[in-house]
Design a protein around this ligand. Sequence first.
Ligand code: SF4
Ligand code: SF4
Length: 214
Amino acid sequence: MQLPTQKSVQQDEAPQKIEKMKHVVRRIKFESELDLDFGERVAEKAYGQKLLSCIQCGTCSATCPLAHYMDYTPRKIIAMTREGFKEEVLNSLTIWLCASCYSCYVQCPRQIHITDVMYALKREAIQLGFHPKRLPIPILAQEFYKRVLKDGRNTESWLLISLYLRTNPFKMLKESILGLKLFLRGRLTIGKEHVKRRDQIHAILEHKKGGQPL
Ligand code: SF4
Ligand code: SF4
């Protein structure tokens, strides 16, 4: 039996190496690729310039109960926001996993409103369409807003139906038995609830939104 020479082994591996290299993602960015005003814009929406005074001590990440599940820790999110890594920040799961518990803000030595930064980033991600398309959290926020804008109230059954239709229609079939039980016990209603002066609610919410899409 003829043993493969070192040269023939290298030739066999070459196509695999080229294929692997196609999937290599450059993780650093040139300054020209950054959105250098991003940090300032987010800071304006989250209690001003304090965001820019972060000393990167990491206390926020150490106190965050959900940091282990996040793709970027709160400290990294603050640093990346400040430096203009807009796409990475707005595509991250971190902003959607934040449970708004405020422990990072309480512990931060610079009193940076990290929770409000997360809220500002969530709004920006929804407005610019950056969030993962089938991630339930931003879709739930959008559908809840639409229901309140239209009827002045939220009807839970319709909220769930629209959420499942946009995220996972098969799950709606799976949950239908539970939905039926809740309906029979009077915990879910089919009829849509609404307030009398819907036009006033509509005007208030549109004014607060300032013409931005949600
Ligand atoms: S605790 Fe405050 S100062 Fe420290 S890294 Fe977090 S945001 Fe920055
Ligand atoms: S508010 Fe969000 S980021 Fe801050 S500690 Fe709580 S979960 Fe973590």
